[in-house]
Design a protein around this ligand. Structure first.
Ligand SMILES: Cc1ncc(COP(=O)(O)O)c(C=O)c1O
Length: 388
């Protein structure tokens, strides 16, 4: 038989999925995979059911069903303060992952260079690999994940086309400050670069921090593609609905790519979301309160288990450092520590190496996701507290 495409050569099951299988085998609690198992909001589910009953079953326009595009437009203008002019600046996609894929195809080609920040979200780098672009990474500086802008500038070459930024960040929870975003924008303008910003955790920022979209800054919109999603905000990772906001000429091309790759995002679910969209602030206030409580539970449990814990500023993960436990059996590296937690207390986590281009940089880190039902998270925390 002739070989498969060489594009598939480096594709392997991610650590995250293999941990899930091992935790399920011991009937444990999975704090590895970033899926929130809380229910989706009732009104959205009701409206989606109605849309199915009303046979809103045909292809939607590839840019998105009109009512949903309108609701997104309102939201990005008010919450994100992004200066969109109209529907031509919005694209509904199959999750923000669909938006990232079309952004990568619309902007980049083999040979282009893209800069990211580490620790990073692996799906971005895997997709950029498929696209054949050269990736460079700047390590955020521990413990508070600061950006060394001189080093960042030194990575820029004439081939650099874009910078990819995730705020709030998965896995480390960094929330980019207004000053950092301003400095980044100066570099983007100086070197004529694009930015792709992944903001899927935009409603989860702690200790009074506020989410700021790069595209809301003066002069940023024309060079920024902002990605967001309903997956995390409304606990609907499996619905596969997200969106991109950006300049018309880029969004138009991303829309055409969307059409070729999968035509459109699921139509009845788009109508359901549009009608049931929670615009009131109480939903988001409650969401934040619940996650803040879970963040505290998770961080304290890890601290009492002996981990060194940089409390996340946003999102719903903790990237904890187990170097203080490294002298004990079972904790000599991230893969071994991950197995130890599954075997001793039935808890799944993600080995830190998965978040770095050089896996050794995450050798003493494990990522824990606290987007879990409270009872289950409590049980996991009790397990962790009894670990050592
Ligand atoms: C930073 C980040 N971006 C994107 C996604 C995927 O989002 P979506 O479900 O909208 O494709 C995730 C999921 O874990 C994520 O952590």
């Amino acid at each position: 038989m002739k070989p498969l495409s060489s594009l598939t050569n480096n594709l392997h099951q991610s650590d995250i999925r293999s941990v899930t299988a091992r935790v399920n085998a011991v009937n444990g609690i999975n704090l590895g995979q970033g899926i929130c198992d809380m229910p989706a909001p009732g009104p959205i589910k009701e409206e989606a059911k109605k849309a199915i009953d009303q046979d809103k079953s045909i292809y939607a326009p590839f840019g998105g069903a009109d009512p949903l595009v309108d609701r997104i437009m309102d939201k990005v203008r008010s919450f994100n303060q992004i200066p969109v002019k109209g529907a031509e600046n919005i694209l509904v996609t199959a999750g923000s992952t669909g938006a990232f894929a079309t952004a990568a195809f619309a902007l980049l080609e083999p040979g282009d260079e893209v800069i990211q920040f580490e620790p990073l979200y692996g799906y971005h780098s895997k997709l950029l690999d498929l696209r054949g672009v050269t990736q460079k990474s700047l390590a955020l500086q521990k413990p508070s994940w600061e950006v060394d802008f001189d080093k960042l500038e030194s990575l820029i070459t004439p081939n650099t086309k874009a910078i990819v930024l995730t705020t709030p960040n998965n896995p480390c929870g960094k929330v980019w400050s207004p000053e950092e975003l301003e400095t980044l924008l100066e570099l983007l303008i100086k070197h004529d670069l694009y930015a792709i910003t992944d903001e899927v955790y935009e409603y989860m920022t702690y200790d009074g921090r506020e989410h700021l979209s790069l595209a809301s800054l003066d002069g940023a919109f024309e060079r920024t593609i902002t990605l967001s999603s309903f997956s995390k905000t409304f606990n609907m990772t499996g619905w596969r609905l997200g969106y991109a906001t950006g300049p018309e000429e880029i969004i138009e091309k991303m829309g055409l790519l969307n059409d070729i790759l999968y035509i459109c995002a699921p139509t009845p679910l788009q109508y359901g979301l549009a009608e049931g969209f929670a615009t009131g602030s109480s939903y988001y206030d409650q969401l934040l309160k619940d996650y803040d409580k879970k963040r505290t539970m998770m961080c304290r449990a890890l601290e009492s288990a002996g981990f060194d814990v940089p409390w996340p500023e946003g999102a719903y993960y903790v990237l904890a450092n187990f170097r203080p436990l490294a002298g004990q059996p079972g904790f000599s590296n991230d893969q071994e520590a991950c197995s130890t937690l599954i075997e001793r207390v039935g808890i799944g986590s993600v080995p830190g190496g998965s978040f770095y281009s050089n896996p050794d940089d995450g050798k003493f880190q494990l990522r824990f996701c606290f987007a879990k039902k409270e009872e289950e998270l409590k049980e996991a925390c009790r397990g962790l507290e009894g670990l050592t």
